[in-house]
Write a protein that binds this ligand. Sequence first.
Ligand SMILES: NC(=O)c1ccc[n+]([C@@H]2O[C@H](COP(=O)([O-])OP(=O)(O)OC[C@H]3O[C@@H](n4cnc5c(N)ncnc54)[C@H](OP(=O)(O)O)[C@@H]3O)[C@@H](O)[C@H]2O)c1
Length: 237
Amino acid sequence: MATTTGGSGGYAQKVAVDAAMVIPIPDGLGFEEAVALLNDGRTALGIARAVAPKPGEWVLIGAAGGGVGSLLIQVVKQAGARVVATASSAAKLDLATERGAEVAIDYTRPGWQDRVREATGGSGVAVACEAIGGAIGRASFELVAPGGRFIAFGAGSGTMTQVSEQEAATRQVTLVPMGAAFPSPAVMQEMSVQALADGAAGRLRPAIGQRFPLERAADAHAAIGARTALGKTLLIP
Ligand SMILES: NC(=O)c1ccc[n+]([C@@H]2O[C@H](COP(=O)([O-])OP(=O)(O)OC[C@H]3O[C@@H](n4cnc5c(N)ncnc54)[C@H](OP(=O)(O)O)[C@@H]3O)[C@@H](O)[C@H]2O)c1
C-alpha cells in the first residue's frame, strides 16, 4: 500500500491517513519504486495533462535530473514530443538523456539559451516546464516561441518564475497554471493510481539516486540542497 500525507510530507514509520487515499501497489512494482512514483509521477502526469505536448513539439524540461523532471521527460516523450533537458551537472544530464531527452544542456554554463535555440532550429520551444525560478526561470520563459505554453511548477532557486499576463500576451505565450494539472482532488488521486500503474507496466521508470536511513534525514536534505542528489532521494525506515 502507498499513500501521501495530504501534501504536508512527513518523517515517520507509521502515519494515519484517510483510507480513501491509500492506493494498493500494483503487482510488478517494488515498494521503493512506488514511493518514488507516487508524488513525482503524479506531478509529471499532471504537468503533461496541463500543457498537452503534441507530437513533434519541442518541450524544455528544467531540473531534468530531479525526481519530477526525470519522469516528466518520459511522459512527454510518450506523447510524441521532443525533449530539451536542462540541468546543472553531467550526471543529471546523462540521466535525462537516458530517460529520453534528445538534447541535454547545462544551464549553469553561459550561452545555454543559445544552445536551446540552436537545438530547436532557431525558433525556441513550444512548451517550457520550469522548476527553478530566478534567472533560469526567466530565461526559460523567453525561450518559448510565440504561440507556445509556459508552466512553472517549482522554485528550486527560492522563487517561482514571475511572468505577468500582459508580458505573456505580448509574446503570445500562454501561461498554464498548475491548477490545470490537478483540477480536483479526485483527478489528483486518479493520477497517483495512474503513476503506479505506469510504473508497474514499465512506462514510467523512477530514478532512485540515493537512499538515507530515516535518522539521517538531515543528510538527505543536505544532498538535495547541495544539488548533488540525482533523481529521487528516499528515506529508509
Ligand atoms: N506544484 C506541484 O504540485 C509540485 C509537486 C512536486 C514537486 N514540485 C516542485 O517541483 C520542483 C522539482 O521537484 P523534485 O521533486 O523533482 O525535486 P528534486 O528531485 O529535489 O529536484 C529539484 C531540482 O532543482 C534544481 N535546483 C536548482 N536550484 C536548486 C537549489 N538551490 N537547491 C536544490 N535544488 C535546486 C536541482 O537541479 P539542478 O541542480 O540540475 O538545477 C534539483 O535536481 C521542486 O521545486 C518541487 O517543490 C511541485
